[in-house]
Design a protein around this ligand. Sequence first.
Ligand SMILES: CC(C)(COP(=O)(O)OP(=O)(O)OC[C@H]1O[C@@H](n2cnc3c(N)ncnc32)[C@H](O)[C@@H]1OP(=O)(O)O)[C@@H](O)C(=O)NCCC(=O)NCCS
Length: 169
Amino acid sequence: MITVRIERPEDYPIVRKINAIAFERPNEADLVDALRRRGAALLSLVGEKDGRVVGHILFSPVAIRSGQQEFPAVGLAPMAVLPNYQGHGIGKALVQTGLEQLKQAGHGLVVVLGHKNYYPRFGFRPARPLGIEYQTGIPDEYFLVAELLPGALSGVHGQVHFQPEFSAV
Ligand SMILES: CC(C)(COP(=O)(O)OP(=O)(O)OC[C@H]1O[C@@H](n2cnc3c(N)ncnc32)[C@H](O)[C@@H]1OP(=O)(O)O)[C@@H](O)C(=O)NCCC(=O)NCCS
């Protein structure tokens, strides 16, 4: 059985391990630790398979800036599932639960830099045609936005800025 719950301090070591193994490098594990340390992790969830923590997802605040205007949004990153447990819906459960909890908390927009064939199933679509830009050089179909609350995209445009810790990844 797959369950998703809020991460607890005792999960930190296994979450670190999951990120390091899934991404085959320490960068994302370091990012998660750094965001937590500064209190910049908005929502951190773990996915359990039969009671064992095997997946993790983190959401942090992002700013969409255009001149003097700033629109708040949430960034999905990173997400990781242990290789042996991938392809069994744990990622799906993490994304769906995360988006639902964010929506309940009143967050209207979530952005993600990720697999173009994976995230559209959760309501994400290319952000750039909507006027929401990320770094140059990234093809449109990889930077996506999901509107959690109706109308949240209305009038929103500009450049997306993740938390400063992301620039070290
Ligand atoms: C991406 C990841 C979290 C998905 O977790 P999961 O539990 O395997 O996800 P699910 O079982 O819900 O969904 C599996 C789907 O993801 C797709 N998928 C997994 N990894 C993928 C990749 N690197 N590129 C494209 N699609 C991928 C699978 O093809 C499958 O698609 P399908 O349902 O159309 O067959 C997991 O594969 C992972 O940890 N990957 C390594 C780290 C990573 O790349 N994280 C994402 C950063 S945005």
